[in-house]
Design a binder for this molecule. Structure first.
Ligand SMILES: Cc1cc2nc3c(=O)[nH]c(=O)nc-3n(C[C@H](O)[C@H](O)[C@H](O)COP(=O)(O)OP(=O)(O)OC[C@H]3O[C@@H](n4cnc5c(N)ncnc54)[C@H](O)[C@@H]3O)c2cc1C
Length: 398
C-alpha cells in the first residue's frame, strides 16, 4: 500500500539545524533581505521571502544534538553576524593554549605551541548554546524551522534530487503503524541542502546512489567528551590544552583536550581515528584511563561530572570529501567532510561551507521561479579538484 503524503513546496530545504544548516539559512535570508531592500532587479527577479526556506531538525529543539564545550574559531560567524560579540553566548576567549606530552606519570609542556594547537583569538563556547542562539536569529529572519522533523528518505528527480520525505510518526519498534500514525510529509524544493552532520543517513545513501564519493572512502574518528564542574581555582577560564601521548600509542592518530570554561566548568575529551589495528583497543576505556593521569586527576579531584557524550567525526580529509553538489542539491558541513581533524575544528568550516559561493549561487539562480533546478558551477569543482579527483569523478560518470 502506498502512503498518501501531504506535499509542501519550498524554495530551499535544509536538512539539519547544526552550525552548517543554520549558517546556510541565515546567509540566504540575509541575501533575500538585501535583494528585497534593493527592490529586486531584472537579473535577480522579483521580491523573495525567507519563509520559503525550510529547515528540518530531528532533535527536540535546536542545539539538543550538539555536544557542548568546544573551541570556536569566530571567522565565519563574524562574516555572518558582524556584531556577534554583542549577543552570542560566547563563554570565554582563549587565554592560554598549551600542547602537552603525556607519559604514564608525567606531563611536559611543549616550549612552543605547534600551529595546529594555537587557539588564541578563538572562543571556548557551549556549542549547544551557540546553535540555539543562531537558530533564534534564523527564525527571527523569517525562515521556517521544523523541530522534531527528521528527513527519512530522499526524493530523487532526474539526475538529481527534488526534496525529502520526513519520518512517519506513530510507528512501533518494528516500523508498523500504531493508532496515532501520521505519515511524513513530502517536502519538495528547488534546492535541497544536506547539513546532517557526520555520517548523515540521507547523505550516505545519496553519496552511494549518485557515486559522489572521492578517491578515498570516508574514514571516521570518535570524540568522547565529558563536562565537569570542578573545584574553584583548578582551571582558569579560557585555558586550553591539547595532549599527545599516553595512553594513545604512537601508531594511533589522536589525543586529548582540556578546555576551561567559566564558572569552574571544564570540557575534557579524547579523540581518536577509528583506524587502529588492535581489535581489543577500546576508545571509551582509553578515555577513562587518560583521566587517571596525575595532570588531570589534580584538576578533577572533588569535581562532579555534569554531562557526557560521544560522536563520530569525518576524518578522511581532502581526498575523502564527497562531491558536494548535484542537480538540485548541495552537501555542507560535516556531511560534506568540512572538518580539519589536525586542529579538531569543524564549527567555522561547517558555517563557512553553508555560506560559500555555491550557496549564494542558489540565491541568484535557484530561488527565482524561472529556474527549477540548482546546477552548481563547475569552477567550484575545479578549484577543489586535483587531476586524480577529477579523473575519478569522470570514471564515476559525474
Ligand atoms: C567530540 C567532538 C569535539 C569537537 N570539538 C570541536 C571543537 O572544539 N571545535 C570545532 O570547531 N569543532 C569541534 N568538533 C566538530 C564540530 O562539532 C562539527 O564539525 C560541527 O558541529 C559540524 O556542524 P554541522 O552543522 O555540519 O553538523 P552537526 O553539528 O552535527 O549538526 C547536524 C544537525 O543535523 C541534525 N540532523 C541530522 N540528520 C538529520 C535528518 N536526517 N533530519 C533532520 N535533522 C538531522 C542533527 O540532529 C544536528 O542537529 C568536535 C566534534 C566532536 C564529535
Amino acid at each position: 500500500m502506498t502512503t498518501q503524503r501531504e506535499q509542501l513546496e519550498a524554495d530551499v530545504l535544509i536538512v539539519g539545524a547544526g552550525p552548517a544548516g543554520l549558517a546556510c539559512a541565515l546567509h540566504l535570508a540575509n541575501l533575500i533581505k538585501k535583494h528585497n531592500e534593493a527592490g529586486g532587479s531584472s537579473k535577480s527577479g522579483p521580491q523573495l521571502s525567507a519563509e520559503n526556506i525550510y529547515v528540518l531538525e530531528k532533535g527536540r529543539e535546536i542545539g539538543a544534538h550538539q555536544l557542548s564545550g568546544a573551541i570556536m574559531n569566530p571567522k565565519a560567524l563574524a562574516e555572518l553576524v558582524p556584531d556577534f560579540e554583542k549577543s552570542a553566548p560566547l563563554d570565554t576567549p582563549v587565554t592560554d593554549d598549551a600542547a602537552l606530552l603525556f607519559t604514564r606519570g608525567l606531563s611536559f609542556r611543549f616550549p612552543i605551541t605547534p600551529p595546529p594547537f594555537k587557539n588564541m583569538g578563538n572562543y571556548v563556547v557551549s556549542l549547544s548554546k551557540v546553535t540555539k542562539w543562531l537558530g533564534g536569529l534564523v527564525e527571527a529572519a523569517g525562515v521556517n524551522v521544523f523541530k522534531e522533523f527528521g528527513g527519512a528518505e530522499m526524493v530523487y528527480e532526474g539526475d538529481g534530487i527534488g526534496g525529502v520525505i520526513t519520518e512517519d510518526k506513530g510507528v512501533d519498534k518494528n516500523g508498523k503503524p500504531k493508532d496515532n500514525f501520521t505519515p511524513g510529509y513530502e517536502l519538495r524544493a528547488k534546492v535541497t541542502v544536506l547539513a546532517e552532520g557526520t555520517r548523515g543517513s540521507l547523505t550516505k545513501k545519496l553519496v552511494e546512489k549518485k557515486k559522489l564519493d572521492n578517491i578515498n572512502p570516508q574514514s571516521y574518528g570518535i570524540g568522547i567528551k565529558e563536562l565537569w564542574d570542578v573545584q574553584p581555582g583548578r582551571i582558569a577560564p579560557g585555558y586550553v590544552a591539547h595532549t599527545l601521548g599516553w595512553p594513545v600509542s604512537t601508531e594511533m592518530y589522536g589525543g586529548g583536550w582540556i578546555y576551561g570554561l567559566s564558572n569552574n566548568r571544564l570540557s575534557i575529551g579524547l579523540v581518536l581515528a577509528l583506524e587502529y589495528s588492535d581489535p581489543q583497543f577500546d576508545p571509551h576505556a582509553a578515555f577513562q584511563i587518560w583521566k587517571t593521569h596525575p595532570f588531570l586527576k589534580k584538576i578533577l579531584d572533588g569535581g562532579k561530572l555534569a554531562r557526557y557524550g560521544a560522536k563520530s567525526l569525518p576524518y578522511g580529509g581532502w581526498y575523502a570529501m564527497p562531491r558536494n553538489y548535484l542537480d538540485g542539491g548541495l552537501i555542507i558541513g560535516d556531511s560534506g567532510s568540512f572538518l580539519d581533524s589536525q586542529r579538531l575544528k569543524g564549527i567555522h568550516l561547517a558555517m563557512k561551507s553553508g555560506m560559500l559561493r555555491n550557496v549564494s549561487w542558489i540565491f541568484s539562480h535557484g530561488v527565482p521561479a524561472d529556474h527549477r533546478r540548482a546546477r552548481v558551477d563547475r569552477p567550484h569543482a575545479r578549484a577543489r579538484g586535483t587531476r586524480g579527483v577529477q579523473e575519478n569523478r569522470r570514471a564515476a560518470g559525474s
